[in-house]
Design a protein around this ligand. Structure first.
Ligand SMILES: Cc1cc2nc3c(=O)[nH]c(=O)nc-3n(C[C@H](O)[C@H](O)[C@H](O)COP(=O)(O)O)c2cc1C
Length: 361
């Protein structure tokens, strides 16, 4: 089966989450034996449709504009059995690049009008491949895609066009974060599975679709972390793609947000099969206490003071946040007496050892 996969994200350099999802879908399709060509539309010259209707009159089926759409993309689309339209969600719908692509498919239709029970449409001049639509968005609600989905159903509800699947993934920016990594991995594995199923059976099973759409974390937690990350970008003068690329840490601004972000910085393997209790007492701009129970399989965060902690860290809030976000070095600050530690220093070094890159929240 010949598949043409079109990605309309303007983001290059591996930052596009549309591309990330599409790559997994395409991998699954290839595993199932499909011959897939992927094209990033951002690299193609696609001019706006002029609305001249020359493709319906003087040059039937041929657009007068000579660009990548007429020379390369439309011929490839017409030779495919299946097309995957992958777009980031912009203002609740497909983005401008994808819309421009679609508008330029006007030569594939006749000018004449036909009608079904619900609507009037132009009959097809050429056979278009079956379609799969894939979209990702920033917000957590699945309902973000309602307008795009309604639009697609309206477009495809006619003779000569077939929509075989809609794959929508909310909160897609978190697919590359260290938050909920297991869930992110499962979403991507399910997307790959979906590609396999589409080629083998022509549709995506309910179970696979449910895995693609599964929630990642409670939505208000994401909102808090996202807001901290934007604030960090603004303060540090970096773009969000740079923040993600440099695996920067969202800087907490309160004990509550510290309790959300700090667990991602612990090397849980240092706890082996034990539980390690780490107590923080903060002073300065933000003062208060909280503690973490670090176990091999995760970290629990609790407000207040624990009984008998293994490690106690007393620090001005700003000093620890500078260490956490990599602005200053922890050992150096300790030597300079900027914060105090009570407990096993070797354990502390192990706990904060960064086996992987620091947290990208
Ligand atoms: C101009 C613009 C409009 C957007 N509109 C929405 C939107 O309506 N709903 C939403 O949840 N996310 C919206 N987003 C966020 C993107 O959908 C999200 O960042 C997505 O992951 C981008 O995909 P990409 O990485 O493939 O480019 C918008 C982003 C931009 C730049």
């Amino acid at each position: 089966m010949k598949v043409l996969a079109l990605n309309s994200s303007p983001r290059g350099g591996g930052h596009s989450k549309t591309e990330l999802m599409l790559n997994h879908l395409v991998d699954g399709m290839r595993d199932a034996g499909a011959d897939v060509e992927t094209i990033a539309l951002r690299n193609k010259k696609i001019k706006d449709c002029r609305g001249c209707y020359t493709c319906w009159t003087r040059t039937p089926g041929q657009c007068v504009i000579k660009d990548d759409m007429t020379v390369d993309l439309l011929p490839k689309l017409l030779q495919s059995d299946l097309a995957v339209y992958a777009t980031p969600l912009y203002f609740h719908s497909m983005n401008g690049i994808m819309r421009r692509f679609l508008e330029r498919t006007l030569p594939t239709m006749h000018p004449f009008e036909e009608q079904n029970e619900y609507k009037t449409y132009h009959p097809m001049r050429y056979r278009l491949p079956k379609s799969v639509w894939l979209s990702v968005c920033g917000f957590p609600e699945e309902s973000e895609f309602n307008i795009l989905s309604t639009l697609l159903h309206y477009i495809y509800d006619r003779e000569g066009l077939e929509l075989v699947a809609e794959i929508f993934r909310p909160r897609a920016e978190f697919l590359v974060s260290r938050i909920a990594t297991d869930t992110a991995e499962d979403i991507l594995a399910a997307t790959r599975e979906a590609g396999h199923e589409l080629i083998k059976s022509g549709h995506i099973s309910g179970g696979t679709m449910a895995r693609i759409k599964q929630p990642m974390l409670e939505r208000s937690i994401f909102a808090t972390i996202t807001n901290l990350a934007w604030n960090t970008c603004i303060t540090e003068g970096v773009t969000m793609p740079q923040f993600q690329e440099r695996k920067m840490v969202a800087r907490p601004d309160s004990i509550e947000t510290f309790m959300l972000i700090m667990p991602l910085g612990f090397n849980t393997q240092a706890a082996d099969n034990n539980r390690v209790l780490v107590q923080f007492h903060f002073s300065g701009e933000v003062s208060g206490s909280c503690y973490f129970t670090v176990k091999g399989d995760g970290v629990d965060a609790v407000f207040g003071t624990s009984v008998d902690p293994d490690l106690t860290i007393e620090s001005p809030f700003e000093v620890w946040m500078d260490i956490m976000t990599g602005k200053t070095e922890g050992p150096q600050m300790l030597m300079e007496g900027k914060y105090k530690v009570d407990g096993d220093l070797a354990l502390m070094i192990k706990l904060f050892e960064r086996e992987k890159e620091p947290t990208a929240a």
